[in-house]
Design a protein around this ligand. Structure first.
Ligand SMILES: [Fe+2]
Length: 378
């Protein structure tokens, strides 16, 4: 009986220990799970247009947040024989102006002692800005070739295998992101070049306005940048470069006519935003660009064409193009009229604020012209 009782007691103890172990494992699992959930942020909540500085800044802070053994770090980007510091966490921000020369290439993740002083050839010139670490993890970032390295500086603790796995997942995500970004920028360049080819076609077709679309796209993208609308730059560039593409559907006898246009001829010219939209829309994914083009001759007061939209009904991007388009048209000569001086064109814009032009955009554009000394004094 006693023997049975003892055996039972031992079994109970064993079971209790196993349960405790299970609880610890469950807690660890929960912790890992929540970390992986956080990692999905790196994929889902990041725009492909984010600057590399911001992306890597985010990535480093995620590493520090998720893995307690990491205290700080930096990201090095390969530029020829040098590596530029593109992001730092914990080290001096002044490093962002520096480059490092590495004495060795790393192909896979490696834990390295005294990485900075041992593997950076020009360490002496950087050491005041580097917060030296006894141990670092060097993680290669690869796209088609080596992009650079993430350096994670460790506290003097053993880094667990599960955490190395997490680091691998995160750096793979980063490498994939860089790859997508590269493909995205190649695609963007292709579209940019295609848009430019069409822009040149309009220039050939209507030589009197040669250079107009190129200048409009420069002014429009600059204005979008100035007002902090980085997210629309791409669309603004494509739409402004192509805004007059609909002119290809208007007979040259009308476009190049030196005499005053008849009412019918004017109506024909006024079709170009709609024709432009029709043409551009044939490209998949260009519906929005088409819309912007369609409305670039609307007026803020609703008296424009083709749809007579009023104020904010007009797409914001179209309103940007309207003001810079008008400025360029006024300051260049056309077959039927001379050009206005820049100062006179500015006065026209001021006069038409809230009538033809969005008042806010008109003000911002005038500010830009003044800052860039396009004019002396208005
Ligand atoms: Fe136009």
């Amino acid at each position: 009986m006693d023997k049975n009782y003892e055996e039972l007691k031992a079994l109970k103890k064993e079971l209790e220990e196993a349960y405790e172990q299970l609880e610890i494992s469950y807690k660890e699992l929960e912790e890992i799970n929540s970390k992986f959930v956080r990692v999905t942020d790196l994929i889902t909540n990041i725009s492909i247009d984010i600057s590399m500085k911001n992306y890597f800044g985010k990535l480093l802070s995620y590493f520090v947040e998720l893995i307690p053994e990491i205290s700080y770090g930096c990201v090095l980007k390969k530029e020829g024989d040098f590596f530029r510091f593109v992001s730092t966490l914990g080290h001096s921000k002044k490093l962002l102006l520096d480059t490092a020369i590495l004495t060795e290439e790393f192909i896979e993740i490696k834990e390295i002692e005294n990485f900075y002083s041992t593997y950076i050839k020009n360490y002496d010139s950087l050491k005041d800005k580097i917060f030296s670490a006894h141990k670092s993890l060097v993680i290669p970032l690869k796209t088609y070739e080596l992009y650079g390295y993430i350096i994670l500086d460790l506290k003097d603790k053993i880094i667990k295998k599960v955490e190395i796995d997490l680091i691998k997942v995160m750096s793979n995500i980063a490498s994939n992101f860089l790859m997508s970004r590269e493909l995205y920028s190649q695609q963007k360049n292709f579209l940019k070049n295609t848009a430019f080819a069409f822009l040149k076609a309009v220039d050939f077709y209507d030589p009197y306005t040669k250079g107009h679309s190129e200048r409009v796209s420069y002014y429009a993208t600059t204005l979008a940048k100035i007002i902090g609308k980085e997210e629309i730059i791409n669309d603004i560039f494509l739409a402004s470069a192509l805004h007059d593409i609909g002119k290809l559907s208007i007979p040259q006898s009308i476009l190049l006519k030196k005499e005053k246009l008849t009412c019918e001829e004017l109506e024909k010219i006024k079709e170009h935003p709609v024709r432009g939209e029709e043409l551009v829309k044939t490209f998949e994914g260009f519906e929005k660009i088409g819309k912007i083009i369609r409305h670039h001759h609307e007026r803020y007061d609703g008296n424009g064409y083709p749809d007579g939209l009023i104020g904010e009904e007009i797409p914001f991007e179209s309103r940007i193009i309207t003001v810079v388009d008008a400025f360029d048209a006024m300051t260049t000569a056309r077959p039927y009229r001379n050009s206005l001086s820049i100062n006179d064109a500015i006065r026209e814009i001021i006069k038409n604020k809230g009538k033809q032009f969005d008042p806010y955009l008109a003000d911002e554009f005038i500010k830009f012209l003044k800052i860039n000394k396009f004019l002396e004094e208005v």
